[in-house]
Write a protein that binds this ligand. Structure first.
Ligand code: DAH
Length: 347
């Protein structure tokens, strides 16, 4: 039996030395030390030994087992270390390779101008509000004093959603006046920028979708002087302190009196001519129309439950793209919507 144990030990240690990976090592462990292993088989024969021999062989068997276990442990440590080494070598990275350049974008030029305009009005105490693009005809037209049959209600101009023409894509931000007056009491002082939609073919100055900025102030003793003060302040801040402006009488159903505001053409400085040619920016007018405005019509105040005897107000609506084109000297509206990075990178 002693020989048998010596033999087992010798082959076991040799096999362990030869084991090439952790899986092979585990298989060996089961084969050598497991219940069906060789060592166990020898130990099962201990009963046949004499009383003197038994402790001697028992001790020897335990020593063999301990040696095998020790060897197993050593091989496992060595193989694990080798595996880690190989993994690290295969996953090594070269930290000196230059990184990929990250290209930073920036705000769209139209939003830059919108932000400037918002900042100016917020500084004057206006609250910036948002409203639905899908609007009811009663808000977009009726309660703004725009009667049935008015040309702006025509199906050739407006995107309707139903046969009764009662739901539409808003054609102007003016319905936000109604929404503001409906939910709050004077004093009201709001700015409502947003998208509007009209059935226009796209060209250098038209687009079926564009942006407007609506303003509304309602309180006691509001006059046309307040309207002019707010709008002149805005335009001077945007276009410079030397800007020449004018207010012209006009008509809008929801304001009375109504006006349009123009600025002097920055290209021809009001002469209407550049190098003997008709100025292409203002088409010879000398002036560029900026917005529509006026004193809120008493009918519109009443439509929103506000007493026109006690309160008065002014409103204005301007095209954001037109403001941005003037501010940034952009000559074609389509450039604003194309989003060609070669264009956008210029701002
Ligand atoms: N909603 C008008 C339009 O789209 C612009 C406008 C004119 C708005 C006069 C106003 C206003 O608030 O008072 O042409």
């Amino acid at each position: 039996m002693k020989q048998q144990l010596e033999q087992i030990k010798a082959t076991a240690l040799a096999a362990l030395d030869a084991a090439a990976n952790p899986v092979a090592l585990e298989e060996l462990r089961v084969k050598l030390l497991g219940k069906k292993g060789e060592l166990t088989a020898v130990l099962k024969q201990m009963g046949k030994l004499s009383a003197e021999e038994r402790p001697v062989m028992g001790q020897l068997a335990n020593a063999v087992r301990a040696d095998i276990e020790k060897k197993l442990e050593e091989r496992k440590t060595a193989l694990d270390a080798a595996a880690l080494e190989a993994k690290l070598a295969s996953e090594s990275i070269d930290v000196t390779i230059p990184g990929e350049e990250i290209v930073m974008g920036h705000q769209h030029p139209m939003n830059m101008v919108l932000q400037e305009i918002k900042d100016i009005f917020v500084g004057m105490g206006y609250q910036v509000v948002d409203g639905p693009e899908v609007e009811l005809a009663s808000y977009n037209f009726t309660r703004l004093n725009i009667e049935e049959g008015h040309p702006s209600r025509d199906r050739s101009d407006t995107f309707y959603f139903n046969d009764e023409d009662s739901v539409l894509l808003r054609t102007q931000t003016s319905p936000m006046q109604i929404r503001a007056m409906e939910i709050s009491e004077p004093p009201i002082c709001i700015l409502a920028p947003g998208r509007v939609f009209r059935k226009d073919e796209a060209d250098a100055t038209h687009s079926p979708m564009f942006h407007q900025i609506e303003g509304l102030v309602v309180a006691e003793n509001i006059t046309m002087g307040d309207l002019k003060g707010a709008l002149i302040t805005l335009m001077k801040r945007i276009y410079g302190q030397d800007l020449q402006m004018r207010f012209r009488p006009h008509h809008f159903p929801f304001t009375e009196p109504s006006c349009e505001m123009d600025m002097q053409c920055h290209k021809c400085h009001g002469t209407g001519e550049v190098d003997g040619q008709v100025c292409s920016t203002c088409h010879g007018e000398g002036w560029i129309e900026l917005l529509g405005a006026g004193m809120v019509h008493p009918e519109v105040l009443s439509n929103c439950g506000i007493d026109p005897e006690k309160y008065s107000g002014f409103a204005f609506g301007m095209g954001l793209e037109r403001m941005a084109m003037g501010r940034l000297r952009i000559n074609d509206l389509r450039l604003i919507f194309d989003n060609d990075v070669r264009f956008l990178n210029q701002f």
